[in-house]
Ligand binder design. Structure first.
Ligand code: IVH
Length: 678
């Protein structure tokens, strides 16, 4: 090799080195902007190009590949086993408080021990994931370990490097050696998506985001970890060497945040315990709002000197306490899968469970959605299952506990006959639900009447009463409700005169409900509240809807052919037409109110639209006017308030000019509407 070529190669290497350093710094910056600050400055494509360039440089000059290079986030070769790591300072656990009173008792004890009249506290979400400890030396991440038993953990450095929110290196002015602690977790959305993918591949499902985070992190092949949506919240500065540590936990967190670590936004500092209790109770109620699971709040003494002074009892520090929320999951035996018949005849499978306490209530039943979902999750009768309850929603069966299987479990099959009337069951192509095909199925009618009474807001006509009325022969369909007499009611057992009168009054009031309510109450398959509003808005009367073809219905924005066909099919059925006739005879309102009925800033104003609008469809424009209380007419008269003119308007514009009515172009109209919408 000549001196010249060597010089050229050296230069090339030198340039590659410079460039790779630049790229690393740049990528790190964008990682931080994207993952920690949630505010990227460049597009994904631009970002990918930077990583590609760096990877290609490192490919050409492997010496340039540093352990903290962003390219190392993808994970190296699989390991044979995890190495053990002895934690320099043990990772403690936490004592629990299960009520505000227990939290107050902790506060009193701590005040007494500290011999103080007050101290500041930091309250933070207790993330339901797994604890990790990250060691940085001279600004670079050199070791990551699981908590393990608190003294010895597992070396998961390669795996942790794959998390985009873990800085691989930090500013040079950081302490020379320090350890940060935090919780690795998976978001609910990430967990759902991962489980969907696993179900498609026939893999066992994770029971909850925590298990799924743990399973994803403890992978010998870090490439698997890299493919999982893991994230971290930092919650503690473990130890510091070679620098003066901050004086308070709060300051330590701020310092870490400044170094690029991801700090949970719901961490707060307090002076007063009452505020801490309020804060923890707030999150006990609102935990479902977060896209990640928390199982409590951790309350910590802020002053690190005081923390040291207080010390620990065994593994539990005296300076912190976990306020635990009631658990939202439990395991129990799935005794049976039963089927309930809904108002549209849908067969809804549900779980019959060995009663179990979840989130503070006893759960005996849980929804199972549909047949496919049961098979997708591989839930079998006789399985031990994970049951989950979140907020007010109906409990769900999340997954079976496969390790508890005995082999005696049975695979669920949708019955071929309706469990109530014995009618044939059919599953329309492309639908997830099976239906009882017997139109006269008493279960369907019962559900329909309940639904009707609910939607029409007939107070005092719930499931139990509907059942009694049907059994006693007072009613056979929803329209019969309007023909019930006072004599019939008072003749019933357990029905006093007062409750009979109350019921009759609420039946009376329901005759004048808005058209959308009536349409929704009719129980048309696929027609819920929103679709009913669209139909009522568009057609203005039940007669007009009944006369419409499937094509006309499908033209309404927001309504597809499936719904349109279902509406049409409904009006093809004699039984339904008879019921509608009976409803009209009973004086139930079947037309929309004159003006959409709403009161609003445009009440009393009539608009006429002419010509093609650019930004809005005709329907959108009409809906906006009506939402604000205005009305829309098709012809210009002296009563017209405004004529809105689009592209190539017709004779309506001339007529407006003739009558001296105010004309608005589209922009002015939009500005007016936006002005009053505010
Ligand atoms: S502080 C001594 N803060 O809870 C301090 N822990 O039961 C102990 N955890 O192993 C840790 N969120 O995995 C702390 N904001 C938080 C936390 C938190 C979740 C976990 C952590 C720890 C366990 C203790």
């Amino acid at each position: 090799m000549t001196t010249e070529t060597r010089a050229a190669e050296d230069r090339e290497f030198y340039e590659a080195q410079q460039r790779s350093e630049e790229l690393r710094a740049e990528i790190r910056h964008h990682d931080y902007r994207y993952h920690v600050l949630d505010s990227p400055e460049i597009s994904d494509a631009e970002y990918d190009a930077l990583v590609r360039e760096l990877r290609s440089l490192e490919g050409r000059f492997p010496e340039l590949q540093t352990p903290d290079s962003p390219t190392q986030r993808v994970g190296g070769q699989p390991q044979a086993a995890f190495e053990q790591v002895v934690h320099q300072v043990p990772l403690l656990s936490l004592a629990n408080a299960f009520s505000g009173d227990e939290l107050r008792a902790w506060h009193r004890r701590t005040l007494a021990l500290a011999e103080r009249s007050d101290f500041q506290m930091v309250a933070e979400p207790k993330i339901d994931g797994l604890a990790v400890a990250l060691v940085y030396e001279d600004g670079a991440l050199v070791q990551a370990a699981t908590r393990g038993n608190g003294l010895i953990g597992e070396d998961i450095t390669q795996n942790m490097r794959t998390l985009k929110t873990v800085p691989l290196s930090v500013a040079k002015d950081a302490p020379p050696r320090f350890e940060v602690r935090g919780e690795v977790y998976m978001s609910r959305a990430g967990f759902e998506k991962l489980n969907e993918e696993r179900a498609e591949q026939g893999l066992p499902l994770f029971a909850n985001p925590r298990n799924s985070a743990a399973g994803s992190l403890r992978q010998l092949d870090a490439r698997i970890t890299a493919s999982r949506p893991l994230d971290i919240w930092i919650y503690q500065l473990g130890w510091v060497e070679g620098a003066v540590p901050p004086g308070s936990h709060w300051d330590a967190l701020q310092m870490l945040n400044g170094l690029g670590f991801r700090l949970n936004p719901n961490i707060k500092r307090f002076d007063d315990l009452n505020d801490v209790v309020k804060h923890t109770e707030f999150w006990a109620e609102e935990r479902d709002r977060l896209d990640y699971e928390i199982d409590g709040m951790v309350v910590k003494v802020d002053d690190l000197g005081l923390q040291r002074q207080l010390g620990a009892v065994g593994r539990e520090p005296r300076w912190a306490i976990a306020f635990k929320f009631p658990p939202t999951q439990a395991t129990t035996l799935l005794r049976d899968i039963a089927v309930n018949v809904g108002r549209t005849g849908s067969l809804n499978p549900f779980a019959v469970l060995e009663p179990v306490r979840v989130g503070g209530v006893t759960v005996r039943m849980a929804t199972l959605h549909n047949e496919d979902d049961i098979h997708r999750k591989d839930i079998r009768i006789g399985d031990t299952v994970v049951v989950q309850r979140a907020g007010e929603v109906i409990p769900q069966v999340v997954a079976p506990v496969a390790s508890k299987r005995t082999g005696k479990e049975q695979v669920f099959k949708m019955p071929a006959q309706c469990p109530v009337c014995g009618g044939d069951v059919a599953r329309p192509p492309g639908e997830a639900m099976s239906y009882c095909t017997n139109k006269a199925c008493p279960a369907q009618m019962q559900r329909w009447i309940e639904h009707f009474a609910g939607v029409m807001e007939i107070d005092g006509l719930g499931e139990q009463r509907v059942r009694t009325f049907v059994e006693q022969g007072l009613i056979t369909d929803p329209a019969d409700i309007y023909f019930i007499t006072r004599e019939q009611l008072v003749a019933l057992e357990r029905m006093g005169e007062k409750s009979a009168d109350n019921l009759l009054a609420s039946i009376e009031a329901s005759r004048k409900r808005p058209l959308a309510r009536l349409i929704s109450a009719l129980g048309v398959r696929h027609v819920g509240w929103e679709v009913a509003e669209l139909l009522a808005d568009h057609f203005g009367s039940l007669d007009a809807l009944q006369a419409a073809s499937a094509e006309e219905i499908a033209e309404i924005p927001g309504i597809g052919p499936k719904i349109a066909a279902s509406v049409r099919a409904y009006f093809e059925e004699d039984r339904n037409l008879q019921i509608i006739e009976k409803l009209k005879a009973a004086g139930v309102r079947t037309t929309a109110e004159r003006r959409a009925g709403r009161e609003g800033p445009l009440s009393g104003k009539t608009f006429v639209l002419t010509g093609g609008l650019q930004a809005l469809s005709r329907d959108q424009a009409e809906r906006r006017i009506k939402n604000l209380g205005g009305s829309v007419s098709s012809s210009v008269s002296k009563k017209t308030s405004y004529v809105v003119v689009g592209e190539s308007p017709g004779s309506k514009l001339d007529r407006a000019r003739e009558l001296g009515i105010e004309v608005l172009d589209e922009d002015t109209f939009t500005a007016l509407v936006e002005e009053v919408e505010r």
